[in-house]
Design a protein around this ligand. Structure first.
Ligand SMILES: Cc1cc2nc3c(=O)[nH]c(=O)nc-3n(C[C@H](O)[C@H](O)[C@H](O)COP(=O)(O)OP(=O)(O)OC[C@H]3O[C@@H](n4cnc5c(N)ncnc54)[C@H](O)[C@@H]3O)c2cc1C
Length: 303
C-alpha cells in the first residue's frame, strides 16, 4: 500500500480545510491536490502545490494585466504558436511540486533531469521501509535481441517463477541484514548512513520534486516516450494525466507537437519533396546515414 492510514488521514484533513485565494486556480488541478496516484506496486505521485494555469502562459506571453484573453480560442492559438516555435519562457511561468515515491533505480534515471528542485528522504537520518519493487509478471521480460537498451518477450513458466523468487528472496535477505546491522540490541548498531549501502536498487525512496512546465514537458517528452524504461514511463504517464487536467490547452499542444510530432532534418524534407514530385529516393541518394534512413522509413515508408 503506498500510503498508511495515518498519512491518508493527514491528507484528508488538509483537503477538508480549503481557503479562499486571489491566485490563479486550475479547477482540474485542484481535484488532484494532495491525492496520491498509485504507481508500480508501492509508489505514488502526489501534487503538493502548483502555480499558474493556461491563462498564466498567455498572460506572460503578452505581459498583460488581465487573466489571458477574452476568447479561449485565442488563448489556444497562442499557446499552440508558442509550443510550435519553441517560445519556452511563458511555459516556465507555471510550476508544479510533486511528492514522489519511487524505486532507487528509477530515481537514478529521474535525477538526471537537472532542471528541477529536489529534496530526498534521508536514509542517513531515517530507517528505510521494507518496501521493494517486484515487477508484475507481465513486466518480467527477457533482454531484447534487437535493442540493447530494452526488453523483449515476457519470461514464461519456470524461468519467471525463478526470477521472481530471486528478487523477493534477495530483497528480504538484504533488509534482514540491514535491520540486524542497525540493531542496538546488545551491540552498538551500525550508522544508518552505512547500513543502507547493501540494500538493493529496487528499494523505494521518496522525494519532493519541483519544476516548471517547460522543463516538465521536456521530462515527459523523454520519459513518457516508448523508448523510456517502463518503470519510469508509468510515473511520467501519471504526471501527464495530472498536467492534462491542470493546463489542458498547453498539454494538448504538447501532445500534438512534441509527443505526436517529429523533427525533420533538411535532408528528410528534401527527400519528402522529391518523393512528392514522383521520384524514388534511395538511402544513398537521400544523403542520410543508415540510422537516419531507418527512422525515416519507419515514419514515411519505403517509397
Ligand atoms: C531513453 C533514454 C535513454 C538514456 N540513456 C542514457 C544512458 O545510457 N546513459 C546516461 O548517462 N544517460 C542516459 N539518459 C539520460 C539523458 O542523457 C539525459 O541525461 C536525461 O534524459 C536528462 O535530459 P536533459 O539533460 O535534457 O534534462 P535536464 O537536465 O532537465 O536539462 C534540460 C535542458 O537544460 C539544458 N541544461 C541543463 N543543464 C545543463 C548544463 N549543465 N549545461 C548545458 N545545458 C544544460 C539542456 O539543454 C537540457 O536539455 C537516457 C535518457 C533517455 C530518455
Amino acid at each position: 500500500m503506498p500510503l498508511t492510514p495515518e498519512q491518508l488521514a493527514e491528507i484528508e484533513a488538509l483537503r477538508a480545510t480549503p481557503r479562499p485565494t486571489l491566485r490563479a486556480v486550475s479547477e482540474g488541478m485542484e481535484a488532484h491536490l494532495y491525492r496520491a496516484h498509485q504507481v508500480l506496486d508501492h509508489g505514488f505521485i502526489r501534487v503538493i502545490d502548483y502555480m499558474g494555469d493556461d491563462a498564466a502562459i498567455v498572460q506572460a506571453a503578452r505581459v498583460s494585466y488581465g487573466a489571458g484573453t477574452k476568447h479561449v480560442s485565442n488563448d489556444e492559438g497562442l499557446i499552440r504558436y508558442l509550443m510550435r516555435h519553441w517560445h519556452s519562457s511563458p511555459f516556465e511561468m507555471c510550476e508544479i511540486k510533486l511528492h514522489v515515491k519511487l524505486p532507487v533505480f528509477v530515481a537514478r534515471q529521474w535525477i538526471r533531469h537537472r532542471t528541477a528542485n529536489v529534496n530526498e528522504y534521508s536514509a542517513r537520518y531515517s530507517i528505510l521501509d521494507r518496501e521493494f519493487y517486484i515487477p508484475a509478471p507481465d513486466q518480467l521480460a527477457a533482454q531484447s535481441r534487437v535493442n540493447n537498451q530494452g526488453r523483449g518477450a515476457v519470461l514464461d513458466g519456470p524461468e519467471a517463477a525463478r526470477v521472481l523468487d530471486i528478487l523477493k528472496r534477495d530483497a528480504a535477505q538484504s533488509y534482514d541484514s540491514y535491520e540486524s546491522m542497525l540493531s542496538q540490541d546488545g551491540q552498538q548498531g551500525l550508522a544508518r548512513e552505512l547500513a543502507r549501502m547493501n540494500l538493493p536498487a529496487n528499494i523505494y525512496t521518496q522525494w519532493y520534486w519541483k519544476t516548471d512546465l517547460h522543463n516538465l514537458f521536456h521530462f515527459l517528452r523523454l520519459r513518457a516516450d516508448a523508448h523510456a524504461q517502463y518503470e519510469i514511463r508509468v510515473y511520467a504517464d501519471a504526471i501527464s494525466a495530472c498536467v492534462k487536467d491542470w493546463v489542458p490547452l498547453a498539454h494538448a499542444a504538447f501532445e500534438d507537437y512534441r509527443m505526436g510530432g517529429t523533427t525533420l532534418s533538411a535532408k528528410a524534407i528534401e527527400t519528402l519533396k522529391r518523393r512528392l514530385a514522383g521520384e524514388s529516393v534511395t538511402q544513398e541518394a537521400s544523403g542520410m546515414n543508415k540510422g537516419e534512413w531507418r527512422e525515416f522509413v519507419a515514419l514515411w515508408g519505403e517509397a
